[in-house]
Write a protein of this length. Structure first.
Ligand code: DOR
Ligand code: ZN
Length: 347
């Protein structure tokens, strides 16, 4: 049985770091395993201008543990007021690595997102010209669409028309949760990729809802039925270049999660790599973990893979706390509901 596995240092292509005390508490957990991360801009207020992104990047760098070498890859939050010239300038100086599209109302702090997609066409056209990827939260928000169907409906109603209109636009369909999303990415050619989270590789909707509601498993897009989870495992472990890791690690305090109307998000930064190794091992695909976690993402973002490596070892279970403390209150670490045998050595 394989006991150690050395990979290029992974990156996280979808991460919520928050700000202030929460950021200080969660950032070290990402920086100890990941070299880079695409930083989500859904702060309150959101990161909408290049100046917002530069200031947020500087706060992240100031909070980054010394010597970790962690590099935040910044994004702008797309609104109907976003200026094409700002996006172009921010991309050209390397300030941003992507722009994030939240349909208005789709998820946490998405109220400033896009309602009328015709209003962002010029920005998208500029992005297509400069090759800047659009990161997409792919769910429609219409109240009449069932929450389990919102990803598939988004592909048909929103994303496909945009991509037909602007075939050069490079798109990351984030946190894919359905067979439809997997198929759409697979059939979409070089211009589209999909990120997959660690938690969606191990959760189906029974884990969330059967035998009691488990608020710490509530995230968006919501976990789907088992056939969809299997499709995600198939895509992630396939080695195909269009699928890579985006943890969507999304910390909320327990007080915010354990509410009559609790927040969406799983905090997976501490154990995402252990969960992945477990899933890949069970599929006999440990040799493809590096493609998923460390190689396919940089290739899509047109960056070099990291030169450094990390080594995972199959040893005693990873020593991850059940909760971490923050000045805002405790945050529960994702519990995959299974023993984890892999840990990052020295991490
Ligand atoms: O579960 C989620 N949490 N999904 C999202 O899209 C947003 C995120 C957050 O910011 O908490
Ligand atoms: Zn997210």
């Amino acid at each position: 049985m394989t006991r150690t596995l050395t990979l290029r240092r992974p990156d996280d292509w979808h991460l919520h770091l928050r700000d202030g005390a929460m950021m200080h508490a969660v950032l070290p957990w990402t920086a100890r395993h990941f070299a880079r991360a695409i930083i989500m801009p859904n702060l309150v207020p959101p990161v909408v201008t290049p100046a917002d992104a530069a200031a947020y990047r500087d706060r992240i760098l100031a909070a980054t543990p010394r010597g970790s070498g962690f590099r935040p890859l910044m994004t702008l939050y797309l609104t109907e007021e976003t200026q094409p010239r700002d996006v172009r300038a921010a991309a050209e100086i390397g300030l941003i690595a992507a722009v994030k599209l939240y349909p208005a109302g789709a998820t946490t702090n998405s109220a400033s997102g896009v309602k009328d997609f015709s209003k962002v066409r010029r920005v998208l056209e500029t992005m297509a010209q400069v090759g800047l990827p659009l990161c997409v939260h792919g769910e429609v928000t219409d109240a009449e669409v069932d929450i389990f169907d919102r990803e598939a409906a988004f592909l048909d109603r929103v994303l496909d028309p945009i991509r037909r209109d602007l075939p050069e636009l490079r798109v990351v369909l984030e946190h894919v949760t359905t067979t439809d999303g997997v198929a759409y990415v697979r059939e979409g050619g070089d211009g589209i990729a999909g990120t997959i989270t660690a938690h969606h590789l191990v959760l189906n909707r029974n884990h969330l809802l059967a035998g009691g509601i488990r608020p710490h498993y509530y995230c968006l897009p919501v976990a789907k039925r088992e056939t969809h989870r299997r499709a995600l495992v198939g895509a992630a472990t396939s080695g195909e270049a269009s699928f890579f890791l985006g943890t969507d690690s999304a910390p909320h305090t327990d007080a915010a999660k354990l509410q009559p109307c609790g927040c969406a998000g799983c905090f997976t930064a501490p154990n995402a790599l252990s969960v992945l190794a477990e899933v890949f091992e069970a599929e006999g695909a440990l040799d493809r973990l590096e493609a998923f976690a460390s190689l396919n993402g940089p290739a899509f973002y047109r960056l070099e893979p990291n030169a450094e490596t990390i080594t995972l070892e199959r040893a005693a279970p990873e020593d991850v706390p059940a909760q971490i403390d923050t000045e805002d209150g405790p945050v529960t670490v994702f519990d995959p509901g299974m023993a984890l045998h892999w840990r990052v050595s020295g991490g």
